[in-house]
Design a protein around this ligand. Sequence first.
Ligand SMILES: [Zn+2]
Length: 362
Amino acid sequence: MKQRILRLVNVVFFVMAFSIYAHSRPGGHLADSSALQPASADPVSTAHAKTPDTRGSIFVFHNNEFWLNLHHFLYVLGRAENKERDTSREAVAGAPGDQQRGFEKLSAKEQAIWREAVASYAAGPSKKDLVFDDPLPALTNALARAGDSKSLTGSKVDPAIVATLQQAAPIYRKAWWKRHRSANRSWQKVIQALVDRHGAAVLAFITNAYKLQWPAAGFPVHVSAYSNWAGAYSTSGDLLVISSQSPGLQGTYGLETVFHEGMHQWDGQVFEALREQAVKVNKVFPRGLDHALIFFTAGEAVRRVVPGHVPYAEKFGVWQRGLGPMKVALEEIWKPYLDGQGTRDVALAELIKRTGIDPTPK
Ligand SMILES: [Zn+2]
């Protein structure tokens, strides 16, 4: 739970940092939660019948997850139907046009069934946030485990959601899936080649900087035509979903982002390390410092192996959206550490001294 809370705090900041709109937390939008029940850990037995590609074992890519792709497409279309503010974001803005093109392959009856599925999402899951709001993380994890299986029968996904997805499934296969899967495969091919070429060096850089371990079996990456407005997110269950079609996540930005999102697996440990140093210097470390460290370190790691790569946070203006003072401190304190000076904890303590706030007197 603690992990989850930390990650949520982190992602709230991620949202703040990335977004030019004020992210409204839909605390009051949980009216439909009773219609959804959390999926348990039971996998659908036929999931992942094919052995995933584990070359290099830094990441394990899944590009053929039919149910996960369908779910995210319906999710972003439902948000578009609800006219949520984030539907204009680059990673999801193309979804209604994509839907329209698919309609050309469908009969009027099939279009009607599809619209019904979108309406059902609009009234339910699309009102929630994929990262923050239960039961979406558990639901999405269950759908990832269902892979490309023919049916969701036997999974622990809420029957109402199962019914919607299964009704929409043959239509999705007919009109969109081939193209979406092909986008997933193309994206993966490019990113896998970058991981093959640079992954070991990037991984050595970030694990050496953080003094933390990467999972030996690799970190799972769920590739989907759509994810959320940001194009990529990670949430409980180490669930990383990344959009293969988002213009901002191609090439070396895809490489930086899979490492960035993978580094969120350490949120709990990093939070503890920061807290320990904060106590020593009698400060409270500022919210977002852990996230600024990820942006800076992942960006540096990729820049050092791909000359000319402008780190994501610089390229997309993340530092200009509230993290500016931290960027200066990171340049002056964290970068020398990344270059080999001193120890991690001394660098963290210095960062907290510089950016932290005085504790409230009791
Ligand atoms: Zn992040």
